[in-house]
Design a protein around this ligand. Structure first.
Ligand SMILES: C[S@@+](CC[C@H](N)C(=O)[O-])C[C@H]1O[C@@H](n2cnc3c(N)ncnc32)[C@H](O)[C@@H]1O
Length: 282
């Protein structure tokens, strides 16, 4: 732990020696400044929250290259814990250098069905290693159908593909309905939705972050009479978690409309007072 901003400066030599890459946004805005009272891990160190994913990532110097923002790892560790050791069906869009598939395999275990897809034909070399790899585009819906059929369904999807907002939107609209009950749909690197080069911008209607804002309204469609922007998702959205650059959607297929109840005795007479004062209930 340190609040010395110099600790956050990328050590290019050290990073290269470790075969890790410091993520540098391409031609994009990134305020990498550190608050003067910041107390936390230096940029190039683990978050130190423990967890096997962090341990795997930082120990991967000789493994196939993995490309993740550091703070995703403890989040994934928490989110994916319930799937460990199960026969979860797990799809990552964006294979790149193959290392993340090895990391998921190590974490999820031998019984998991793990698929990776990528538009880059070179990624076929990772097929049959830690995972099954298929080559195609995340916006080719017929291809996505074939992949999900081959997987026998899907429980967890990570979109770490092109990061183009219109691609993310197409893939999500197509795959979310295929996701199993209690499944997770995760979109990485949503900061790209603020960048023109990735078909986005701040408050830009094209931006995927704008979709996430609409999804919050869609998830609450029972409480307003406005339009539902993403009908394929609205009724099965149990939760939306927005981390820095990472959107997590929790799906529930057999979701009863939310209800509230009052159970117990109002010994202080607060209920009567509240109702008579016109505060009402919700
Ligand atoms: C950020 S990398 C993936 C990193 C990898 N998941 C990891 O954690 O190490 C993005 C990958 O998405 C792939 N990609 C780009 N456009 C795509 C598309 N339309 N469909 C599928 N994959 C795409 C790229 O070829 C690249 O390998």
């Amino acid at each position: 732990m340190s609040n010395d901003p110099s600790n956050s400066a990328p050590d290019a030599e050290g990073a290269a020696a470790n075969k890790t890459l410091e993520r540098v946004p391409w031609g994009a805005t990134f305020r990498g400044d550190v608050e003067p009272d910041y107390v936390g891990p230096p940029t190039l160190d683990p978050y130190g929250e423990g967890g096997d994913l962090e341990a795997f990532f930082w120990g991967n110097q000789d493994g196939d290259l993995i490309y993740k923002w550091h703070h995703y790892l403890p989040v994934y560790n928490r989110l994916l814990e319930t799937f460990r050791g199960t026969n979860v069906r797990f799809l990552e869009i964006g294979v790149f250098c193959g290392g993340s598939l090895a990391m998921w395999r190590d974490f999820l275990g031998a019984d998991a069905t793990i698929f990776g897809i990528d538009i880059n034909k070179r990624c076929a070399m990772f097929d049959g290693g830690a995972a099954t790899v298929r080559i195609g585009s995340q916006v080719d819906t017929a291809f996505l159908d074939r992949v999900v059929d081959e997987m026998g369904g899907v429980d967890v999807i990570i979109d770490d593909g092109s990061h183009q907002s219109d691609h993310i939107r197409i893939t999500l609209a197509h795959l979310f309905p295929k996701l199993a009950d209690r499944g997770l749909y995760i979109v990485e690197d949503t900061h790209a939705a603020y960048w023109d080069r990735f078909g986005g911008g701040l408050h830009d209607e094209r931006s995927f972050v704008n979709d996430v804002k609409q999804l919050i309204d869609d998830m609450h469609h029972r409480y307003h009479e406005g339009e539902i922007s993403h009908p394929a998702l609205a009724k099965h959205l149990f939760a939306i978690h927005q981390y820095d650059s990472m959107t997590v959607l929790e799906k529930r297929t057999r979701m009863a409309p939310p209800r509230s109840s009052m159970i117990g005795v109002d010994r202080a007479g607060v209920f009567d007072q509240t109702v008579s004062a016109g505060h009402g209930e919700n």
